[in-house]
Design a protein around this ligand. Structure first.
Ligand code: HEM
Length: 508
């Protein structure tokens, strides 16, 4: 425990044997806030120390240092901290989040062409249909009268249906068929609270024991269900020559090595909004070989989009709706933009990819929501090669190979040095993008290991919000707590008492 003392690095005082892990159980604070504790304690350093049990680890305080580690010096930080065993967790261990080294390079370079702007536009029709159909059902259910709804439930059903359609190639209606198997399994797949959350925490604090006990993070019935569903879907497509513009189709192209990046029309389609994560080329190294994309790899990739995309995009929509409900003038302004946009649409209601791209105030609202309420408040890297940099006091700091590094996204984005009045929801701070500190605004992470799905998330959230405001006014229900009380026990970001809203149909 004198590790940081000796190196002149400020650090959070550890509890003997447990280190900072003790605070997770004793403080009643959210895991993200506990992990980022040192950020507020030590304002004048680029990095601070922390002990996970007895192991020293780091917390980055300077967004510029994070960027440097994630881009220029990526070679030193190629991995995320958690790595799962393919035999024990066949799907999650093949998910981009949880693979490292050569295997990650294979997957990332193979999958990246599936996430370009032109591929996204190709998929947008499916996404918009799924969201539009659900919204029609909701309007019919309302019959012109206001009704109360918990929006986390609504948005996770919509998100599940959209992602089931674009990731697994199957159309479901979880608003009407509330317990359909894809929704029930999807909920279990994307679950990061309860037992799966505890297991994920264990992969971080007791990785050796976790591997030794051969515990799986994902429920076995969920892995089996998706493996079977995707394999059957692939066979059906192959034997009937079916083409559907979704991820399975793109991954089958990757299998045949025919998945191009569609460079010709890329430029104008790449931008899904200010927050779009920059695309970096991930290069294969000599001797890396070629990835074969077996059915299990395709299912694993699709499952990772589900795992990474549903809870996060649902969180974005919930908090955007909350802010619109408690700031009616902002909601009116956004509705005016939605209505103006609808007038120019041939059917007056179905948005296209390009139309959403042009909605500037929508983009400002989404960006500000991602800043104020980042769905993933912290990310991490494992040091894969010793790394030395200079701290604010001029001393050299060396992070050793194998040590873990946390990046406090939430702390950066709520730091008043970077964002004045950080707790105020103010979309206008994004009116002039050049005034935004882009090193500190990192809702999708940064660098080569940033979020691969930012375009999917942004387009999905914008599309669903477009339909919501076309059809309803969102008002706070009496059961909504204002200001919002967040759930400190949730692994993700959530409201303790739910997102209860009155949805008032715009057409009686
Ligand atoms: C609002 C929604 C979302 C947010 C805020 C979000 C945020 C993030 C963040 C912060 C990371 C870690 C980046 C880093 O370590 O630098 C990440 C990684 C990732 N995200 Fe997202 N994400 C969202 C939606 C999605 C969607 C829709 C998908 C898939 C369709 C997705 C797939 C992934 C994957 C596969 C990774 C791991 C990438 C890698 O390790 O190479 N995410 N995301």
């Amino acid at each position: 425990y004198d590790y940081f003392e000796k190196r002149n690095i400020p650090y959070v005082q550890p509890v003997p044997l447990f280190g900072q892990v003790w605070s997770f159980f004793s403080q009643g604070k959210h895991a993200v806030d506990v992990a980022s504790e040192g950020y507020a304690m030590f304002p004048n350093t680029r990095i601070s120390g922390v002990f996970t049990m007895r192991n020293p680890a780091y917390l980055v305080h300077d967004p510029v240092l994070y960027k440097q580690m994630a881009i220029k010096d990526f070679d030193h930080f190629t991995d995320h901290v958690t790595e799962l065993d393919k035999d024990v967790d066949p799907l999650l261990a093949r998910s981009l989040f949880f693979i490292n080294g050569t295997s990650w390079r294979h997957h990332r370079s193979g999958l990246s062409p599936a996430f370009t702007g032109s591929k996204m536009r190709g998929m947008f029709g499916l996404l918009s249909k799924s969201a539009g159909d659900a919204m029609d059902r909701l309007t019919m259910f309302a019959r012109g009268k206001p009704f109360t709804m918990e929006l986390r439930d609504l948005y996770s059903r919509l998100g599940n249906d959209v992602m089931t359609s674009i990731s697994f190639g199957v159309e479901v209606d979880s608003l009407t068929d509330r317990d359909n198997e894809f929704f029930v399994k999807g909920k279990r797949l994307a679950k990061i609270d309860g037992l799966p959350g505890a297991k994920l925490l264990m992969t971080l604090i007791l990785p050796k024991l976790f591997r030794l006990l051969r515990i799986s993070v994902m429920y076995k019935d969920v892995s089996d269900f998706y493996l079977d569903a995707v394999s059957r879907n692939i066979r059906l497509r192959e034997s009937n020559n079916i083409t559907r513009p979704d991820f399975i189709h793109l991954l089958l192209q990757a299998r045949k090595n025919t998945l191009g990046s569609g460079k010709h029309d890329e430029e104008k389609l790449q931008n899904a909004g200010f927050s779009t994560a920059e695309t970096h080329a991930v290069e294969q190294k000599a001797g890396d070989g070629r990835m074969s994309w077996e059915d299990v790899d395709i299912t694993g990739a699709a499952a990772s989009f589900f795992f990474g995309g549903i809870e996060t995009t649902t969180t974005l929509l919930c908090f955007a709706s909350y802010e619109l409900a408690v700031n009616p003038s902002i909601q009116d302004r956004l509705r005016a933009e939605v209505d103006e946009t609808r007038e120019a649409l041939p059917d007056g209601k179905t948005p296209t990819y390009e139309v959403l791209q042009k909605m500037t105030f929508m983009d400002m609202v989404i960006s500000e929501t991602l800043r104020r309420w980042p769905p993933l408040g912290v990310t991490n890297r494992k040091c894969t090669k010793d790394y030395t940099f200079t701290n604010t006091d001029g001393t050299k700091v060396t992070i050793l190979k194998g040590q873990n590094v946390s990046i406090p996204i939430k702390s950066f984005q709520l730091d008043e040095k970077f964002f004045p009045e950080p707790l105020r929801f103010n979309p206008d701070r994004f009116a002039d993008p050049t005034s935004i500190n882009q090193d500190a605004f990192v809702p999708f992470g940064t660098g080569l290991r940033n979020c691969i799905g930012s375009r999917v998330a942004l387009m999905q959230a914008k599309c669903i919000l477009f339909y919501m405001l076309s059809n309803f006014t969102i008002q706070p229900d009496a059961k909504l707590t204002i200001p919002l009380v967040t759930d400190e026990t949730s692994a993700g970001l959530n409201a303790k008492h739910g997102f209860w809203m009155n949805l008032v149909p715009r057409q009686a």
